[in-house]
Design a protein around this ligand. Structure first.
Ligand SMILES: NC(=O)c1ccc[n+]([C@@H]2O[C@H](COP(=O)([O-])OP(=O)(O)OC[C@H]3O[C@@H](n4cnc5c(N)ncnc54)[C@H](OP(=O)(O)O)[C@@H]3O)[C@@H](O)[C@H]2O)c1
Length: 491
């Protein structure tokens, strides 16, 4: 009897096509990530890469450029011999995004690579300015590349996905005409960081945490992503964007959803993303009343003198906001989101402050238990406990139980892009942002932006470069938490 053809019987080969192959992201992140996947044998067997740029270059020249940049940017050792075999999978292809005929040439290039009885997987990666997202996707359609017979075709698209709900919707409408939602992989590289993926494990695989992960035991949650650098060479982009759009709409709200979501039915992409969507839907509406209690915007001194920044700019380089999730688990628990540039420390962490349950007085008042999930630069988890100080007199002390992931393992954690590229090849979209997540987060951030629109300069607090941010941050946190706990750390 004739056996049915199953998907495992189909022979495939995978071609990744990077638009923006000469750009910073490709050199800094994508190629080093692909090289790591290659040496760890995670890439599919018949994998090749077509890297697109508009400059005239031979493939040989391009491969030499990649060797130099990977040596510079890779976090792990690079071996010339294995890089040489890796780079043989890479072809440089000159194409101008605006030139339709160049896409026809790309189709021909893909056809030339066809092999009998082998179906192709195509992964199109848009490592380009968002101004080109729609144009490239539409050209994939008109050139008939999308119609080419294949096993699958997927689109990876970099952030920023729009500048507000309106522009994100327009962009989404355009790309949805060419790719189905299930084949669109919208990147938020933050979500793929090791310790963020660890949150699910920590919450759902440890009874001691899952049972107390709620309003009865937690008094506040602080999500902080701080940078030491100012805007540097990105002034032009940043001045039109600001911290709310650049950080809060994506990274910080994603961290909030992962921390706060209900346990998903399974760890499948849609179950996880459904739970995140429920969190976004439960965010308390951001109304423009009592603003000082729930929003601080800051700008570092000297920002207006940065290259390509308007000298009267009111763009915020720092945001602190207090968010509530109106559901049974989190009713009344403030989530503090804080992000900023040109600050004293570079750090990203989630701090859970537990309710203080001390019964007795041991000479000093006890501190609440604190759980710190450290994302960067250190990766790990610290639990703060009250214990008895050794001695004949009963005295209390605060100690830290520390799991330092980045010190414990002898290898560096993989870069987010390794995980994201591999997941996209494997068709796992758990860590990629679904359209309904984007819609809800843009709607939320748009409402914050419009609440200060008419009088933004009066809300903007100045802070010194290299400081802890504007003075107002201190009283802001004290309305619902004991401290900004990250400030107690020594870096
Ligand atoms: N860089 C990062 O670390 C980073 C991190 C997160 C997200 N992103 C996002 O990733 C995307 C790319 O950023 P990037 O920093 O890599 O930008 P970039 O360095 O400016 O690179 C842009 C790329 O697009 C190409 N390009 C521009 N116009 C073209 C045209 N008309 N035809 C053909 N090619 C053209 C450039 O080619 P030429 O070199 O020939 O000009 C270059 O390869 C952006 O959406 C950014 O927001 C970047």
């Amino acid at each position: 009897m004739k056996k049915d053809k199953t998907s495992t019987d189909i022979k495939t080969k995978t071609t990744m096509v990077i638009f923006g192959g000469t750009g910073d992201l490709t050199h800094r992140k994508l190629i080093p990530a692909l090289y790591q996947l290659y040496i760890n044998k995670y890439l599919p067997k018949d994998f090749s890469l077509i890297s697109i740029g508009r400059r005239d270059k031979t493939t040989e020249e391009y491969r030499n450029d990649l060797l130099a940049s990977t040596k510079r940017f890779s976090t792990r050792n690079l071996d010339d011999e294995s890089f040489d075999t890796f780079s043989r999978m890479i072809t440089y292809f000159r194409l101008d995004f605006d030139n339709e005929k160049d896409y026809d040439r790309l189709l021909e290039e893909l056809k030339e690579r066809d092999q009998k009885d082998i179906l192709d997987n195509y992964m199109f990666y848009l490592a380009v300015s968002p101004d080109y997202f729609t144009e490239i996707v539409e050209n994939l359609k008109t050139s008939k590349i999308r119609k080419k017979k294949s096993n699958w075709q997927r689109l990876i698209i970099e952030k920023p996905f729009g500048q507000d709900l309106e522009s994100a919707t327009k962009l989404n409408e355009a790309i949805s005409k060419v790719f189905d939602e299930k084949d669109i992989y919208r990147i938020d590289h933050y979500v793929a960081k090791e310790m963020i993926q660890n949150i699910n494990m920590l919450r759902f695989q440890n009874a001691i945490f899952e049972s107390i992960w709620n309003r009865n035991h937690i008094s506040s949650v602080q999500i902080t992503v701080l940078e030491k650098e100012g805007v540097g060479t990105r002034g032009g982009y940043y001045d039109d964007t600001g911290a709310l759009r650049d950080m809060v709409q994506n990274h910080l709200l994603q961290l909030l959803a992962i921390t706060a979501m209900e346990p998903p039915k399974t760890l499948d992409a849609d179950d996880v993303r459904n739970e995140k969507v429920k969190v976004f839907k439960a965010l308390r509406e951001f109304k423009d009343e009592h603003l000082s209690e729930k929003l601080i915007l800051g700008q570092y001194n000297g920002y207006q003198k940065e290259d390509k920044v308007d000298d009267a700019s009111t763009t915020e380089t720092l945001v602190a906001t207090k968010v509530y999730i109106d559901n049974k688990r989190w009713e009344g628990v403030p989530f503090y989101l804080l992000t900023g540039k040109a600050l004293k420390n570079k750090t990203a962490q989630i701090t859970i402050e537990f309710k203080n349950s001390s019964r007795y007085h041991y000479g000093a008042s006890s501190e609440p238990n604190i759980l710190e999930i450290k994302i960067q630069p250190d990766e790990g988890i610290t639990l703060h406990l009250n214990v008895k100080q050794p001695g004949v007199i009963d005295k209390m002390a605060m100690v830290e139980m520390d799991y330092c992931q980045s010190c414990l393992y002898l290898f560096n954690s993989p870069d987010s892009y390794e995980k994201l590229i591999l997941d996209a090849i494997n068709g796992d979209s758990t860590l990629f942002t679904r359209w309904d997540e984007l819609q809800l987060t843009w709607k939320y951030v748009d409402s914050i932006i419009s609440s200060v629109k008419d009088d933004k300069s009066s809300y903007l607090r100045c802070y010194e470069m290299g400081s802890d941010g504007p003075d107002e941050l201190k009283s802001f946190i004290q309305s619902g938490a004991k401290h900004w706990w990250y400030l107690n750390r020594e870096y």
